[in-house]
Design a protein around this ligand. Structure first.
Ligand code: ADP
Ligand code: MG
Length: 490
């Protein structure tokens, strides 16, 4: 696997760094070697008293969802599905309703939940490809699906959920366990894997994992698919990307269909499905025409959420990006909730973190080549609010749900592996780390040089969404746009 696939499941220390392979970024500002681990523990000590729990507080203005016609539904066959208006409409068990109301504190289903759950839960339990905006509540769709479709009396894996990163595995397990709190359903994840001996057999009804570990368990017969009835891919377009996980995913679908004693329902969820991946996904799920699948899609130009205000900052030199962070952004961060700064490579993550720490700005960073324990620590500190600013490679660009994140900085514009093609989907996923479930959000895109400008222009064109400029050295203008985005009072 390529070492620059930071958004994928890169295990600890098995990747290489990008030293000097990328475009000019931080040369000259990095003080060289830097021990992130020391910084993190220092930060933990410093902030341990100010941590706030990550309770899902309801959005003050409620969920701002797009109009109904933005979502296109293509039901297979002649089954008619009624959209649910309350969780009670879904015939969920009392135990699950208790989880939804008392643990999750949800009041009513979001649009995608209301639309997809009847499709998923109604016999003949057709497979589904569902696209919906970032932060619109897709996790709840497949979590309730898995919890509703397994038999708690049977101590065998029945629902499998595959995710691209260990952070997403941890997050999805956390949500599922919370939702399942009043049921007797048990779940496990690939994060527990190291403790399993050769003769261990998984008896939990729900298994969440990354491909690598699940494959390993299958080959050792630790994980059996005989009782499997539902298979979920979160971030499904990523899981079916040709130069990524496609072959692993397709093989897993094949094995499941072969080993399971009953029909396996496949659910593919993502905020993004480009035409190519969508057609491929349809082919795979339909099993070359042997099955039919329901579909839910959002037109591309409606994907970029208006609640997330997006701006471009033209920086005359790459070094000016650092000044923008230091002079325009960091001084506001205390007022802003939390911020994620996305960078292209591990090396930039490392050196930018070092440069900021050197200037006395508190932040942490996460990269795919950090060991798992440290990755978990950095994520947990950010989740509980101990740290406010996180520098990340694309390892966190998808799925990561921290509701307090209001600001996303694209320190580097997102590009595909060839370094020149705009990474449209990644852009949408990155900015979608803010503005979760209708909350406020803003994104600054720092661009320097013709190529970066061209890439951002084509992203703006692709989503048919204007990205107005903020002058890189105009503090008043920065304050004004933050205010306009609803992030500060002024
Ligand atoms: P995505 O569609 O991007 O996967 P998530 O499933 O991560 O979105 O949900 C985003 C946020 O919205 C989460 O913090 C989740 O707890 C919250 N959420 C989901 N469904 C509801 C609901 N019905 N009512 C209130 N909050 C919800
Ligand atoms: Mg998600």
């Amino acid at each position: 696997m390529e070492s620059d696939q930071e958004h994928q499941d890169v295990g600890a220390s098995n990747g290489q760094d990008h030293r000097g392979t990328g475009p000019p970024g931080l040369e000259g500002v990095s003080p060289g070697t830097h021990n992130v681990s020391e910084d993190s523990s220092r930060l933990q000590q410093a902030g341990s008293e100010s941590g706030t729990p990550d309770e899902p507080t309801p959005s003050p203005q409620g969920l701002q969802e797009p109009e109904a016609e933005d979502i296109k539904t293509v039901p297979a066959g002649d089954t008619i599905y009624a959209s649910a208006t309350s969780f009670e409409d879904l015939n969920l068990s009392e135990d699950l309703l208790k989880g939804i109301y008392t643990e999750m504190k949800f009041e009513k289903p979001s649009r995608i939940q209301a639309l997809t759950l009847p499709m998923i839960l109604t016999p003949p339990h057709r497979s589904l490809i569902a696209q919906a905006h970032n932060g619109s509540g897709k996790t709840t769709c497949f979590t309730l699906a898995m919890l509703s479709r397994v038999d708690p009396v049977v101590a065998q894996p029945q629902a499998i959920c595959v995710c691209p990163t260990r952070e997403l595995v941890a997050q999805n397990l956390m949500v599922l366990e919370k939702m399942a709190k009043h049921t007797t359903i048990k779940a496990t994840s690939s994060l527990a894997g190291t403790q399993f001996s050769r003769n261990h057999r998984i008896t939990e009804q729900v298994v969440i994992g990354t491909h690598g570990t699940l494959k390993n368990w299958m080959s050792k017969r630790i994980l059996s698919f005989r009782f499997a009835r539902i298979l979920v891919f979160d971030e499904a377009d990523e899981m079916l990307k040709m130069d990524g996980f496609a072959s692993d995913s397709v093989r897993m679908i094949g094995t499941l269909r072969k080993d399971a004693q009953q029909h396996v329902q496949i659910l593919l969820f993502s905020a993004t499905f480009n035409e190519k991946v969508k057609n491929y996904a349809l082919r795979v799920v339909r099993d070359n025409g042997r099955e039919d699948a329901n579909q839910v899609f959002v037109p591309r130009e409606d994907l970029s959420l208006d609640v997330i205000k997006q701006y471009r900052v033209d920086c005359p030199t790459p070094l000016d990006k650092v000044s923008v962070l230091k002079e325009m952004i960091f001084p506001q961060c205390e007022k802003l909730g939390q911020t994620i700064i996305f960078v292209r490579t591990r090396e930039v993550a490392r050196s930018l973190h070092a440069a900021m720490e050197n200037e006395g700005h508190r932040c942490t960073s996460i990269r795919g080549d950090m060991d798992n324990e440290l990755r978990d620590k950095v994520v947990n500190e950010f989740r509980n609010g101990t740290t406010k600013i996180l520098i990340s490679t694309d390892v966190l660009s998808r799925g990561f749900d921290v509701t307090q994140v209001t600001l996303v900085i694209n320190y580097d514009v997102p590009v595909e592996k060839d370094w020149t093609t705009p990474a449209y989907e990644t852009y949408l996923h990155r900015i979608g780390r803010s503005g979760r479930f209708g909350r406020k959000g803003a994104a600054f895109n720092l661009v320097s040089g013709e190529q970066e400008k061209r890439i951002l222009d084509s992203i703006s064109e692709y989503f048919k969404h204007d990205i107005p400029e903020v002058p890189f050295n105009d503090e008043d203008e920065f304050l004004e746009v933050l205010k306009q985005a609803g992030l500060t009072d002024g």
